[in-house]
Design a protein around this ligand. Structure first.
Ligand SMILES: O=P(O)(O)OC[C@H]1O[C@](O)(COP(=O)(O)O)[C@@H](O)[C@@H]1O
Ligand SMILES: [Mg+2]
Ligand SMILES: [Mg+2]
Length: 333
């Protein structure tokens, strides 16, 4: 079987007019950075990368050493590429300007460098999530405002999952495609063309320890699932929660399901738990491109107009029929 690399795939996308030469090179640089993060993640204790960094990030969360390492790798790899006007990271308070003497380009890159931080030290899958926007009006002095575009403006989005194998999952607006890292060759190989989320599912993912904080529509939906065969849904549902959004969404993309981090009393003041620009938007674009749906419970995630860089939102995504049902419960109430 002919093995197609990510590089070859991107060249084909450029030939087909789906990505510009600059976007292709930008995605190549992101994939190269992901390989470096993968090496660090897989060395674990041998490289001394586990544990706390001893600092807090802009979200007030304790940073792990790997949060800091992954963030540095992405910033450094991308700042000299010549394709970006600026970057924004979950780990950094303000936008990251490209140094004045470096070449600049027309895109903005946003990322969650290491997703699922609580799983690093227990050797469970973590990931990297990224999103690409156009730099509005081509300004070279990008500000936070340059990034405040709804997710529907994304021109590419993707993630890497560092699991038993490292996979790079990408959309440039023409379906979702996954590549598996061949560690010996150092190349991403095209293994999963046009991933799709089945319409129906019997699997759900939610942090059930928050049940007492949930809103009525979420309580109703989960209660109906848990009643199984004897309840209104007439069939049994299974539950999974990795607590790495990347791993949970990867499962949904691979075999269907619904993933929920809804609004609840615990996270209401912040607007939700997950970050709109670094987590919700890229995952929503991927899920929609795979035929699924993604809402806050009240509106399509990709339509949310961001008010600030580190904005949080409720997230309900996955198999279309399930997302539509739980969204309808919210809108009825
Ligand atoms: O700790 P909880 O409530 O299970 O939350 C898990 C969620 O938090 C996150 O870990 C947040 O991401 P970060 O690790 O990037 O902060 C998601 O990946 C995951 O879905
Ligand atoms: Mg995250
Ligand atoms: Mg993170």
């Amino acid at each position: 079987m002919r093995r197609v690399t990510l590089t070859q795939f991107l060249i084909e996308q450029q030939r087909a007019g789906r990505v510009s030469a600059d976007l292709r090179l930008l995605l190549e640089v992101v994939a190269r950075a992901v390989k470096a993060i993968s090496v660090n993640v897989s060395k674990g204790a041998l490289a001394g990368v586990l544990g706390e960094a001893g600092t807090d990030n802009v979200q007030g969360e304790a940073q792990k050493k790997l949060d800091v390492i992954a963030n540095e790798i992405l910033l450094q790899a991308n700042e000299w590429g010549g394709h970006l006007a600026g970057m924004a990271s979950e780990e950094v308070e303000t936008v990251h300007q490209i140094p004045f003497d470096y070449p600049k380009g027309g895109y903005l890159l946003l990322f969650d460098p290491l997703d699922g931080s609580s799983n690093i030290d227990i050797n469970v899958s973590v990931g990297t999530i990224f999103s690409v926007l156009r730099n509005p009006e081509g300004r070279t002095d990008v500000t936070e405002d340059s990034f405040l575009q709804p997710g529907s403006e994304q021109i590419a989005a993707g993630y890497a999952v560092y699991g038993p194998s490292t996979q790079f999952v990408l959309t440039v607006g023409h379906g979702v495609h996954a590549f598996t890292l061949d560690r010996e060759m150092g190349s991403f190989i095209y293994t999963h063309p046009f991933m799709t989320v089945p319409d129906e599912t019997s699997e759900f993912a939610i942090n059930a320890s928050n049940a007492r904080h949930w809103e009525a529509p979420v309580k109703r939906y989960i209660d109906e699932l848990q009643q199984g065969k004897t309840g209104p849904r007439g069939r049994d549902f299974n539950m999974r929660w990795v607590a790495s959004m990347v791993a949970d969404v990867h499962r949904v993309l691979t075999r269907g399901g619904i993933f929920m981090y809804p609004l609840d009393e615990k996270c209401r003041a912040q607007g939700g738990k997950l970050r709109l620009m670094y987590e919700a938007n890229p995952m929503a674009m991927l899920i929609e491109q795979a035929g699924g749906a993604a809402t806050t419970g009240r509106e399509r995630i990709l339509d949310v107009v961001p008010g600030k860089l580190h904005q949080r939102v409720p997230v309900i995504l996955g198999s279309r029929a399930e997302v539509e049902r739980v969204t309808a419960y919210h809108l009825e109430g």
